[in-house]
Ligand binder design. Structure first.
Ligand code: DAH
Length: 315
């Protein structure tokens, strides 16, 4: 009997057995009715059995009720991994997606990511970059000036200066962020983004620059081979300065980035001795590289916040 109670697995069966035992016509009820005919010892034993069985029924009932409760709760539990509404999943902005790809490549080469303020002072945006007040190169960039003389950062080159001021040499970093200029058409937006690499150490040469840029473009654009064209150029903060073009589909040359060997004056401005350390810098349009890779043609759409465009181009 005891084993039978313990082995019952549902409440209805337990109830039925209880009735068959303790109900009006139950077996125990019948035995209790005959108790008066028993001797003292048998009486005591029957009483004990009666109490023990009731106890067993009660405990088994509690167990089964708890079990049923837990099963009910488990069924009701919200399964967060089930059936998400596909329409409501967000997408990555092309800039976010491209930054994760760009930084993965640069970080694998040992460059460390830096950011800096978008409102810059004259020193970091121009003067330390070898572009003093009277310098004609200031006109290369149509800047937004603030009343207090600060400027909306026109180039991420300002982050180079901050990184060298803080860490000195050797240094291998890339600066990432928004930049601002007064220009606006399908390929120019007053706010756009740049990424800038810098590598300063002993014995760094132009060929290190070209090989890093080449490997970077190969990995980012997922091309087996890349063909570059190097043209002489001018930037106040590099000497010599170059412009790097990439051979694109259909044999078309695309202007991809500006670069050069960091000007000794720039190193001196950051308390680095140019007789000991030298190196290179390169800078490119982050939006522009994303547009090329993903086949997008209007930079203004990056900033319209049009959810339909993002759904179409997003990742
Ligand atoms: N700052 C330049 C621009 O905005 C781009 C650039 C050119 C960055 C050459 C560099 C560099 O670091 O070496 O047009």
């Amino acid at each position: 009997m005891q084993d039978k109670i313990k082995n019952i697995n549902n409440i209805e069966e337990l109830q039925a057995l209880y009735t068959a035992t303790f109900g009006k016509n139950g077996t125990m009820t019948a035995r209790l009715k005959e108790m008066k005919n028993l001797d003292n010892e048998a009486r005591a034993s029957l009483n004990k059995e009666n109490t023990m069985l009731r106890e067993l029924f009660k405990n088994r009932q509690i167990e089964l009720e708890n079990q049923a409760l837990m099963e009910g709760l488990a069924k009701q539990r919200l399964d967060a991994s089930l059936n998400p509404e596909p329409e409501n999943i967000g997408t990555l902005h092309p800039l976010t997606k491209s930054l994760s790809e760009i930084s993965a490549v640069l970080e694998s080469f040992g460059y460390k990511m830096w950011t800096g303020p978008e409102i810059e002072d004259d020193w970091h945006n121009f003067t330390a970059l070898n572009t003093p007040d009277y310098h004609p190169a200031r006109d290369m960039q149509d800047s937004f000036f603030l009343d207090n003389g600060n400027v909306m950062r026109t180039q991420t080159s300002a982050i180079q200066i901050r990184s060298m001021e803080k860490e000195g040499a050797p240094i291998k970093m890339f600066g990432v962020g928004a930049t601002y200029r007064k220009e606006m058409d399908a390929t120019h937006s007053p706010m756009f983004h740049q990424i800038e690499g810098l590598y300063i150490d002993k014995d760094i040469t132009m060929s290190d620059l070209i090989s890093d840029v080449k490997e970077f473009l190969k990995k980012f654009f997922e091309m087996d081979e890349v063909e570059l064209r190097i043209r002489p150029s001018y930037f106040p903060f590099t000497e010599p300065s170059i412009e790097i073009d990439l051979k694109w589909q259909g044999g078309k040359w695309l202007e991809i980035m500006g670069a050069g060997m960091v000007h000794p004056n720039v190193l001196r401005n950051c308390n680095i001795d140019p007789d000991v350390y030298q190196g290179f810098a390169f800078g490119f349009g982050w939006d522009r590289l994303a547009m090329l890779k993903y086949g997008l043609n209007d930079i203004r759409q990056f900033y319209d916040g049009d959810i339909r465009w993002l759904r179409k181009t997003g990742f």
